[in-house]
Write a protein that binds this ligand. Structure first.
Ligand code: XIL
Length: 329
């Protein structure tokens, strides 16, 4: 069964934008979050810098609040994320001894996954482990050999750490479905093919990998990823589940900041196209948008000049994209 989810805002850029914690203080936000979705993803609250800021110090409050909220509202949770190069505290970057780094990662995964065992439907175990196609050296793991930001675990421990991360997560919660997750893999391209090859290898090695996930941070200045469905299908054919995990559709705002009707219609078509691809693939079981209101969207702070990327306006007005999703379901 397909669940429809959203990221639950909190932490990250919201703090800089002056919002204490939308998830707890904005009643309208909470009401819509409960009413409109069957799955919730912590936007930041389970990332390493939030949940494990200092050695031996875990900050469970914000993550617990989301899991409790989801349970109270009959929603499932997507855990995000364990093995990632970003939002990783300095103390982890500073560990040079491979044995120690490996032990720290293992403890982190066992502790975080273990705490929520049985309460998380899917985990993004490994996030953005490949460097982009346009970085030096083509597509390869973030091993420190490309211009892309390195993943310190892969750089210092080698690519075998990916399989270990999946094994540790599986030990800590045998029920959770374990995913690889990335951006710029929506089309059948060099990067998604690198994942396909990796997934095939992991499965051949008996690694507990359950799915491949497409973030889908899309931008109207680029063509719609027209091979998305075929691309999802090849992972499905490999025996994996697939998921859309972070869909949003940004565009350059006109002067004055108000989107044109044309932009909103094109955005609606894009949202719809992604949902249609997911619906056409048998084991595409989870469809998540990266926030449901422009009020808390990460897009304007990360791509200045762009915005209005979600399905509701800043005052929770439903945009054409919202209705397009509803009509498609
Ligand atoms: C983003 C959050 O939305 C922001 O609040 C935060 O400041 C930075 O991270 N890919 C991912 C997500 O896997 O975790 C990122 O989320 C967006 C890109």
């Amino acid at each position: 069964d397909l669940v429809i989810g959203t990221a639950a805002a909190g932490g990250g850029h919201h703090v800089d934008a002056g919002y204490p914690d939308p998830f707890t203080y904005d009643k309208q936000y909470r009401r819509l979050l409960a009413a409109e979705f069957s799955s919730v993803s912590p936007e930041n609250q389970m990332k390493w810098d939030f949940i494990h800021p200092e050695p031996g110090v875990y900050n469970w409050g914000p993550a617990d609040a989301i899991v409790d909220f989801a349970e109270a509202n009959g929603q499932v949770v997507r855990g995000h994320t364990l093995l990632w190069h970003s939002q990783l505290p300095a103390w982890v970057h500073e560990i040079e001894d491979p044995e120690e780094l490996r032990a720290v990662l293992k403890e982190h995964i066992q502790t975080v996954v273990g705490r929520y065992a049985g309460r998380i439907q899917q985990w993004d175990v490994a996030n953005e482990i490949f460097a982009d196609e346009w970085d030096d050296g083509g597509v390869r793991l973030r091993d420190g050999e490309t211009g892309a930001t390195a993943n310190p675990f892969i750089e210092k421990l080698g690519p075998g750490i990916i399989a270990d991360a999946f094994r540790w997560a599986h030990e800590a919660d045998p029920e959770a479905e374990l995913f690889l997750n990335d951006y710029a893999v929506e089309d059948w391209n060099t990067k998604s093919t690198a994942y396909y090859d990796l997934a095939e290898q992991l499965l051949a090695d008996g690694v507990p990998l359950d799915g491949f996930a497409f973030q889908a941070h899309l931008d109207l200045q680029y063509p719609f990823p027209s091979t998305l469905q075929a691309n999802m299908q090849r992972f499905d054919d490999l025996g994996l589940e697939t998921a859309i995990t972070e869909l949003d559709v940004r565009f350059t705002l006109p002067e004055g900041g108000v989107p044109t009707q044309e932009q909103l219609e094109e955005q609606a078509d894009t949202y719809q196209g992604v949902l249609e691809a997911c619906l056409a693939v048998e084991e595409c079981n989870s469809f998540t948008i990266w926030g449901f209101t422009d009020k808390y969207s990460w897009v304007p702070s990360f791509s200045p000049g762009q915005g209005a990327a979600t399905v509701m306006s800043e005052d929770y007005e439903r945009k054409p994209a919202y209705w397009a999703l509803h009509e498609t379901l």
